[in-house]
Design a protein around this ligand. Structure first.
Ligand SMILES: [Zn+2]
Length: 145
């Protein structure tokens, strides 16, 4: 697994960020899946596409993921957002979520929204990301203290 960084973030140590990313991915994916991954973490500022967002993830190509995290948030919020975005990485790797259309490809995930509501909080990929993120953070904190 490879982790790269773009942009400046004075609140975090990159070596700790790599450890955290690996730790959380180990709770989400198999060792084989993790080995083949590249995660490009961006702390870019001032991009108009990021207005109103805490973070976002997209697939650059299969196995290579770009994660943007808002660097001006508190460290706690950055960690929680990173955990959330890593759940989306898991969804892309497992082909549960289509990286181009955002369509839910996993039947079990789709069952989380029987109403077909398109509200953010009813989106199965977000239900899973918001549901798993706090647990990933809590276990990382417990493990690294
Ligand atoms: Zn999300």
């Amino acid at each position: 697994m490879k982790v790269t960084f773009m942009g400046q973030n004075n609140k975090v140590k990159y070596s700790d960020y790599v450890k955290m990313t690996k730790y959380m991915l180990e709770l989400l994916l198999t060792p084989k899946e993790i080995n083949q991954l590249t995660v490009n973490l961006s702390f870019e500022r001032g991009n108009p596409d990021h207005v109103g967002k805490k973070g976002e993830t997209f697939e650059e190509e299969f196995g290579e993921y770009h994660i943007w995290i808002r660097p001006t948030m508190s460290i706690r919020e950055q960690i929680l957002t990173t955990a959330h975005e890593l759940v989306h990485v898991k969804q892309f790797v497992r082909k549960e979520l289509c990286p181009t259309t955002g369509k839910i490809l996993s039947r079990s995930l789709r069952k989380l929204n029987p109403t077909n509501s398109d509200d953010y909080f009813d989106n199965p990929s977000e239900i899973e990301a918001n549901g798993r993120a706090p647990g990933l953070v809590q276990r990382y904190m417990r493990n690294s203290s």
